[in-house]
Structure formats: structure tokens, C-alpha cells
Design a protein around this ligand. Structure first.
Ligand SMILES: Cc1ncc(COP(=O)(O)OP(=O)(O)O)c(N)n1
Ligand SMILES: Cc1ncsc1CCOP(=O)(O)O
Ligand SMILES: [Mg+2]
Length: 221
């Protein structure tokens, strides 16, 4: 994983928007407000639209120095030169993606509520491990549920830990305090009345947690 990418912050994930101009405008607001990473995820788009939208998001992300990670499809990530891919249990083997993507690509794996899956993902070369859903998710109501203890228990793996699922500015601090490095959010950002304000609210959660650390350990020192 490129060392210049932040290892903490808001990991915005795109909503299912098939209007490409609108999607780009919505993402631009969120990147300008300070999202650290962007995942392109669109369950409403067919393969051609996903290809087109991902290609259009790439220069936008580059302008903001934000890595673009493609959900589900490491081949699409490789084909368009995106910065990485996120794989769940139905999206192929982490080891195959690792071996196929260029060196430095950012590869993430869903580990749901399963520490053993996280160990296996780490051994297969994942750059980050994702747990959740931590709270009821408006986007994925049937997602398996995880508890914050999993974030503590996975610290020893030494990889950035991503939390996902129903995360709001109000419940985010509990996950940050439990060790989440990145908060992956769809509805809490993109369905907020003002997405830029929502981004700032999530980032306040990190600063609040940061200020409780000794000065040498603060990301904002
Ligand atoms: C950061 C992050 N974590 C988890 C997921 C979920 O991946 P998956 O289980 O493959 O489910 P879908 O997103 O494909 O519905 C994710 N996308 N991103
Ligand atoms: C993809 C995914 N995997 C678990 S919950 C979820 C959706 C997250 O969206 P939201 O932030 O709206 O709950
Ligand atoms: Mg998936």
C-alpha cells in the first residue's frame, strides 16, 4: 500500500446512483470536505456503467489525492488503473487479487464478524481488514453484525482496521475508541442533509479520540 495514503479517517463509499453527473458532483463535495479514501460501489449499475463511472471517478480522486478503491471487482480496478480493490466473500480470492494487481495497490477484505477471516486475509496479503456491520445499516439491512470488541481483538494483526455498517457521527466515536482506523460510510454521508457537514462531523470524532492520546501519538500533532 502506497505509504503516502492516510491510515486513518473517513472511507466514503458511493451510493447506488446511476446518474453519473450527479454521482460525480456528490462525490466531489465529499472529497472536498476531507474524505480520506473513496470506494466505488454501485449495486444498481450494470458492468458497462460501472466501468464508465469508475473511469470518471478516477481523475476526480487524483485531483484530491484520494485513493480510489473498486468494490467487488479487482479486474476492473486493474483495467482502469484504480488504486485498489475491496473484496468480500463472494468476490474472489485475496491472494489471487494480490498477485494480479500492481505492486502498491490497496487491497481490502471483508471479515464481517470473524477474526479468523481477518487472519487469513492478512496472510493472503490484504492491506486492510474490514469488520461490520456494527449498527443497523440502511444500505444493507441484512448485513451480519459485529461488535467493537472485534476491533480490539484484531489490533495485533497490525493492519488498518475498517469499520462499516450504520455508522453515524454519533456512534462513530465508540468505534474509533475501540480501534477503528477508518470508518466506511455510505448513507451517513451521502444521505445526510448536508454531506460536507456530515464529513466534518465524522472527522471531529477522530480528532476527539486523537486528543486523548499522548502528544507523540497524535495524528494531528
Ligand atoms: C470497506 C468495506 N467493508 C465491507 C464491505 C462489504 O463487502 P461485501 O461483503 O462484499 O458486500 P458488498 O459491498 O459487495 O455488498 C465493503 N464493500 N467495503
Ligand atoms: C456494504 C456493507 N457491508 C456491511 S454494511 C454495508 C453498507 C454500509 O452502508 P451504510 O453506511 O449506509 O450503513
Ligand atoms: Mg462485495
Amino acid at each position: 500500500m502506497n505509504p503516502s495514503w492516510p491510515r486513518q479517517g473517513l472511507y466514503a463509499i458511493t451510493p447506488d446512483d446511476t446518474d453519473t453527473a450527479r454521482l460525480l458532483a456528490r462525490v466531489q463535495v465529499v472529497l472536498e470536505a476531507g474524505a480520506a479514501w473513496l470506494q466505488y460501489r454501485n449495486k444498481a449499475a450494470d458492468a458497462a456503467l460501472r466501468d464508465a463511472q469508475a473511469r470518471e471517478l478516477l481523475p476526480l480522486c487524483r485531483r484530491h489525492d484520494v485513493p480510489l478503491i473498486i468494490n467487488d471487482d479487482w479486474r476492473l480496478a486493474a483495467a482502469i488503473g484504480a488504486d485498489g480493490a475491496h473484496l468480500g466473500e463472494d468476490d474472489g480470492e485475496v491472494a489471487v487479487a494480490r498477485a494480479s494487481l500492481p505492486a502498491g495497490a490497496l487491497l481490502g477484505a471483508s471479515c464481517y464478524a470473524d477474526l479468523d477471516l481477518a487472519r487469513k486475509a492478512a496472510a493472503a496479503g490484504a492491506d486492510y481488514i474490514a469488520f461490520g456491520a456494527f449498527f443497523p445499516s440502511p444500505t444493507k439491512p441484512n448485513a451480519r453484525r459485529a461488535t467493537p470488541q472485534l476491533l480490539r481483538d484484531s489490533a495485533a494483526l497490525g493492519l488498518p482496521r475498517v469499520a462499516i455498517g450504520g455508522i453515524t457521527p454519533d456512534n462513530a466515536p465508540a468505534l474509533i475508541d475501540a480501534g477503528a482506523d477508518l470508518l466506511a460510510v455510505i448513507s451517513g454521508v451521502f444521505d445526510a442533509p448536508d454531506p460536507a457537514i456530515a464529513v466534518h462531523q465524522y472527522l471531529t470524532g477522530f480528532r476527539r479520540s486523537d486528543s486523548q492520546l499522548p502528544p507523540h501519538a497524535r495524528t494531528s500533532a
